[in-house]
Each structure stands twice: as C-alpha cells, then as structure tokens.
Design a protein around this ligand. Structure first.
Ligand code: 5GP
Length: 204
C-alpha cells in the first residue's frame, strides 16, 4: 500500500515546465523529482545521478528486460526510463514524486492503475508564442528550434488525455494553478497541503 502520489507531468520543450515545477517544489514540501535513466549523453553541466542516471544502450536494455522500469520510451533517438524500485521506495515513505516524462511514458502509466497518479500537461498559450520563447532562449540552432516546434505540435495532440491542463501564459497564474492542483490532489489522499497524513481521523 503506497502513501505518496505520483504527479505525471509532460510539456513541449519551451512551455516553461522546469521553471514552474521548481517554483512549486520550493513552496510545497514533500515533492521530489524521480531521476530517470537515459542512454542520451550528458549535456554541459549535467551530473550523473542528479539530472539523469546516464547508462549505455546495452545496460538500459538489460535493465528493461529485468523489469526495472515502471515505464520507458524512445524520445529523439534515445531511451528514457523511470526506475521502478526508486519510485516505489519513495512512495512507500510517503514522498510525492514528480515524473517529468514524455507523452508516450505518460500514456503507459495512465493505463496502469497500480499506482495512484495525477497527470498534468503544461502547454504554451500558442504555437507562435512557443516559437518566440524558443528563439528568445538564444541557445538552440535553427534546426533544433524547427524540430522542437514540430515535436510540440505532435505532443500537443496528447494534451486532452491528461487530467489537468495548465496553460502557461502568465507565469504567476500558472504557478498558482499548479500549486492548487498539488494541494487538491493531496486532500483527495486525506493529506495536508504539506503531504503529511491528517492525524485527526486516527484519533476518533
Ligand atoms: P531531455 O533529453 O531534453 O532531458 O528530455 C527529453 C524528453 O524525455 C522530455 O520530454 C522528458 O520529459 C522525457 N523524459 C525524461 N525522462 C523520461 C523517462 O523516464 N521516461 C519517459 N517516457 N520520458 C522521459
């Protein structure tokens, strides 16, 4: 019997997911990221065991055969997977977990009723605005920007399958919405906004 809850979060690149999640995690205790395994090479500044567990394709495939992953998917030619033992262990300790995963992985988890989960999709207000944000970063090549826009169109098709849709038009409002969703989901689980169980029921 698990006590924590999974928050499955997907968004097209440039929708502001990382900023939103960091802001809400700073406000609400008891929320942690799950560190995925990936066959992608580390980008500058990324640390093994912190951003991802970076593994070879052979190692990933062997782990997958052993049932190590709760879900996995191939994204942009690399494999990504969520550690089953790490997630189950944290949930058992009452920790809520945020899974920042793609739309394929989210679909797999939504179908499996084994673990209580809420699914959230973070969308940009429009595709032209997404393009403006991606260009504004000034970090990506034209080719990368066009690929991200193409992927965003595809990922947006999956938005109606999620329980919650947060449109990140104005950051403050999007943060309020995300915080409200986490608090409401915790209340569904008879827990305080901090994630702790509500003691009064066991005192009756
Ligand atoms: P990036 O390589 O830019 O960090 O991530 C690329 C995509 O892979 C993002 O959409 C991210 O949400 C997704 N992703 C990261 N970890 C996982 C995972 O464990 N499972 C799945 N299905 N997708 C993941």
């Amino acid at each position: 019997m698990t006590t924590g809850k999974l928050f499955i979060v997907s968004a097209p690149s440039g929708a502001g997911k990382t900023t939103l999640l960091k802001r809400v995690m700073a406000d609400l205790p008891g929320l942690a990221f799950s560190v995925s395994h990936t066959t992608r090479l580390p980008r500058g500044g990324e640390q093994d065991g912190v951003d991802y567990h970076f593994v070879s394709r052979a190692r990933f495939e062997a782990m997958r055969e052993q049932g190590f992953f709760l879900e996995w998917a191939e994204v942009h030619g690399n494999l990504y997977g969520t550690s089953r033992p790490a997630v189950l262990d944290q949930l058992a300790k009452g920790q809520d977990i945020i899974l920042d995963i793609d739309v394929q992985g989210a679909a797999i988890l939504r179908k499996s009723a084994a673990i209580p989960a809420a699914s959230l999709f973070i969308a940009p207000p429009s595709l032209p605005e997404l393009e403006r944000r991606l260009r504004g970063r000034g970090t990506d090549s034209e080719e990368t920007i066009l690929l991200r826009l193409k992927n965003a169109r595809m990922e947006m098709q999956a938005a109606p399958d999620y329980e919650y849709l947060i449109v990140n038009a104005e950051l403050g409002q999007a943060i309020d919405t995300l915080r409200a969703i986490v608090i409401a989901e915790r209340s569904r689980g008879h827990r305080l906004p901090t994630g702790q169980p509500i003691a009064i029921l066991s005192e009756l």
